[in-house]
Design a protein around this ligand. Structure first.
Ligand code: SF4
Length: 71
């Protein structure tokens, strides 16, 4: 598997956030918008239990590249 092109999924039981590494332009918007959830230094880097579902959806929609989506 090419490490530069991975798709990862993170769920809180209500929604699943999908992150596609190939699309991520590392703008850091997600981290600035919701730093309790988006933690690039941590594993997993998206910590779904640290904010409400609404807040997470809002932050995902602000991702400029489409790397983040919800399913
Ligand atoms: S906002 Fe989107 S493009 Fe920017 S760092 Fe986060 S996931 Fe990557």
């Amino acid at each position: 598997m090419d490490i530069k092109n991975v798709t990862k999924e993170y769920s809180n039981g209500e929604i699943t956030v999908v992150w596609q590494s190939a699309k991520c332009i590392h703008s850091g918007n997600c981290v600035r918008n919701l730093s309790s959830v988006f933690k690039p230094q941590n594993q997993p880097w998206i910590q779904m239990n640290n904010a409400g579902t609404d807040e997470i959806i809002e932050a995902v929609h602000k991702c400029p590249s489409g790397a983040l989506s919800i399913k």
